[in-house]
Design a protein around this ligand. Structure first.
Ligand code: ATP
Length: 232
């Protein structure tokens, strides 16, 4: 269970998260919704160790992780896929995926095993490993970015706006990959501006507003019509 307890955090100009209390159910796909500036991306950055808390705690199971660096959080099994994943465009799909296994690069058998697992989950990796990342469509790049984050076999995957800027085919492929991760028991937390899409992919939802939880529950409880924000 990933838990935030009374978290305050921000960027120097004041707190963006103001007493954020929430739990992410293990094995869930949890969609984080809310208007612009609600603190959704900040929440992900706090969990992944990119921003320090001013107060409160972040726990993975019983263990506090809010004092850890970003690489230490990653080593605990929490991987963040940022909004723009910055693949190496002159490198192949295969080499980009392998970059995600940098921490285990000397463990050849494990690296190969993890690569096979990613290739099984992301057909593009199995079918077009030699294609340069720079020649992929936006949707294909997103699949490789997410696949790369799976090389360390994280238990929790944080996705910031995975559908942003994708055409319908790309959105469909990303949705399929989220389903595949769920089927493999990963806990997925996704921030999504597209409320309908986010809720359709998710088992649970959390609505943030002003850096606090405004609503949380199952994705079916939190229907689009129950939301009264200026976002669609
Ligand atoms: N690197 C930063 N430095 C300073 N302020 C920031 C930074 N990133 C975000 N903020 C501010 O923090 C507030 C919350 O941003 P955050 O990105 O968490 O919101 P969000 O809910 O993800 O919304 P959006 O969809 O607009 O990204 C905003 O007012 C934003 O301007």
């Amino acid at each position: 269970m990933l838990t935030l307890q009374d978290v305050y955090a921000g960027y120097g100009g004041g707190d963006v998260l103001r007493g954020l209390d929430l739990s992410v159910v293990p094995g869930s796909v949890t969609c984080v919704l809310g208007p612009n500036g609600a603190g959704k991306s900040t929440f992900l950055r706090v969990v992944s160790g990119l921003i320090r808390l001013r107060d409160g705690a972040v726990l993975l199971g019983d263990e506090r992780i809010d004092q850890l660096s970003a690489p230490q959080v990653l080593a605990k099994g929490i991987a963040q896929v940022p909004q723009t994943g910055a693949l190496f465009s002159r490198m192949s799909v295969r080499d980009n995926i392998l970059m995600g296994g940098y921490l285990i690069r000397r463990q050849r058998a494990l690296l190969a095993e993890r690569y096979s697992a990613v290739a099984e989950l992301v057909p593009l990796v199995a079918e077009r490993p030699a294609v340069l990342a720079g020649n992929l469509s936006g949707g294909q790049r997103r699949l490789v970015e997410i696949g790369r984050s799976l090389m360390l076999d994280p238990s929790v995957v944080l996705l910031d706006e995975p559908s942003l800027g994708l055409d319908p085919a790309g959105v469909g492929a990303v949705a399929g990959l989220v389903g595949g991760m769920r089927d493999r028991g990963k806990t997925v937390v996704l921030v999504e501006q597209n409320v309908r899409l986010g809720l359709s992919l998710s088992t649970h939802a959390i609505v943030l507003d002003g850096g606090r939880v405004r609503l949380q529950g199952s994705a079916s409880d939190i229907s689009v019509s129950s939301l009264r924000f200026g976002f669609s």
